[in-house]
Design a protein around this ligand. Structure first.
Ligand SMILES: CC(C)(COP(=O)(O)OP(=O)(O)OC[C@H]1O[C@@H](n2cnc3c(N)ncnc32)[C@H](O)[C@@H]1OP(=O)(O)O)[C@@H](O)C(=O)NCCC(=O)NCCS
Length: 178
């Protein structure tokens, strides 16, 4: 996968990535969330998760608006996926990462996670943590492939019905600007 990243002026608050792997050679971009995206993101989340795990509209809006939270969107002509993360001082948190089914295994999740980790690093995070259902084999494999380790299991994390794995990763130090 080819990922190009451009850092915008001042604070690295804006990142643009593209990969050549989606649909063979169709590039996609990663950009900041816009208000008009919200319904599409919510529908993607509904399609990605069982009803007991998917966020309601207010829940998704709540997480996206938390202090330090950010949402990045991957798109071509349509939105292919998104990631919601939040920076909490030295620790970052991935709240969710969702890729539409037809676009999976083409590098979009990887590019979204990389962009989110880059934002967290710029916000000063040295570690990143996330939760995933213990039965979400695809996500667990994905995160392990990205360098995350299982830290612990939290019983009944999802509505007291499903256990979660807490997975964490150390973020590499920022390289000085060239
Ligand atoms: C998990 C998810 C975000 C991965 O997104 P993706 O765009 O398919 O991921 P990538 O194509 O970048 O995959 C990178 C690597 O992760 C691993 N991986 C990803 N999906 C996998 C799967 N279903 N089975 C095994 N390994 C997988 C592979 O090593 C893959 O590399 P490869 O395709 O060269 O073998 C996506 O499957 C998804 O949106 N699932 C539904 C929502 C979800 O469960 N999100 C996680 C919330 S906790």
């Amino acid at each position: 996968m080819t990922i190009s990243v451009s850092r915008h002026r001042e604070s690295a608050q804006l990142w643009t990535c593209s990969s050549s792997r989606y649909n063979g050679s169709v590039p996609f971009q990663i950009r900041q969330f816009l208000k008009a995206d919200f319904d599409t993101l919510w529908q993607i989340d509904q399609a990605c998760f069982d009803p007991q795990l998917a966020y309601s509209r207010p829940e998704l809006a709540f997480y996206m608006r938390r202090p330090g939270a950010f949402t990045l969107v991957a798109e071509t002509a349509e939105i292919l996926g998104f990631v919601v993360g939040e920076a909490r001082r030295k620790s970052g948190h991935i709240i969710t990462i969702d890729v539409i089914e037809t676009a999976r295994r083409t590098g979009i999740g990887s590019a979204l996670l990389q962009a989110a980790e880059d934002k967290l690093r710029y916000a000063g995070a040295t570690t990143v943590a996330l939760e995933t259902p213990v039965n979400n084999d695809a996500a667990i494999r994905f995160y392990k492939q990205k360098g995350y380790f299982v830290e612990k299991t939290v019983a009944g994390y999802y509505s007291n019905q499903m256990d979660a794995l807490v997975m964490t990763k150390e973020l590499a130090h920022l390289q000085p600007a060239q």
